[in-house]
Write a protein that binds this ligand. Structure first.
Ligand code: 5GP
Length: 193
């Protein structure tokens, strides 16, 4: 197991929760730049509404939308996730709905991570029923090994192995979102939860 390397911007107390760095800050930013350029090309001349899934995707959204060279709009949704643990409860609920109607609009869902695919397939069904002109997904991370529900993601940042990751918006029991990179949470923390 490799030691987490200090980035200089993270406090040692925060890094103590990290087993290993999986994706460094500069690799994240490079890939997000590529995704932004691709989205710019694909949606040029069309209206685009980014739908950000709270809370995990906020860092990704904020960096991604600054790399899209189009007049995009943004709205937010919150849906229930895993609570303090690491496994899907199988129950998905809308905690905060969109503020705007999406009928006849080009909607791009911005997600942090697709794991079993349960959350996203629920969300896609819910939004599809509102009659958008198009509905696509941009996910920063995907864990293909864990997929139970097949979901179509048009844009994917990185495929990662089946490990519980934290940082860059992703939490463990609501903490570690403020790590600037994607890391693997220490096993001991999961065991203690
Ligand atoms: P799914 O429904 O695809 O199994 O799970 C999707 C949601 O579970 C994500 O939006 C995220 O909130 C949470 N999740 C899944 N895997 C991880 C992980 O490795 N780390 C963190 N922090 N959250 C995860």
């Amino acid at each position: 197991m490799s030691e987490p390397r200090s980035t200089g911007t993270v406090q040692p107390s925060l890094e103590a929760g990290v087993d290993e760095i999986l994706i460094e800050e500069d690799a994240l930013q490079r890939r997000i730049g590529e995704l932004g350029a691709q989205i710019t090309e694909d949606y040029r001349g069309r209206d685009l509404l980014l739908v950000c899934v709270l809370k995990g995707a906020v860092f990704f959204l904020s960096d991604l939308m600054r790399r899209i060279d189009l007049p995009v709009e943004v709205d937010f949704m919150a849906i229930s996730s895993y609570g303090a643990g690491v496994d899907s409860s199988g129950v998905v609920r809308i905690l905060k709905d969109l503020d705007v109607p999406i009928e006849d609009r080009n909607v791009l869902i911005v997600e942090d991570i697709v794991d079993s695919g349960l959350t996203l397939s629920y969300l896609l069904r819910a939004l599809e029923s509102r009659g958008p002109a198009s509905l696509e997904v941009c996910a920063l991370l995907t864990k293909p090994e864990r997929r139970e529900n097949e979901v179509e993601c048009r844009y994917i940042g990185f495929e990662i192995p089946n490990r519980f990751v934290i940082g860059y918006g992703l939490d463990f029991a609501e903490r570690y979102r403020n790590l600037p990179y994607i890391g693997v949470v220490r096993e001991e923390l999961i065991a203690e939860a």
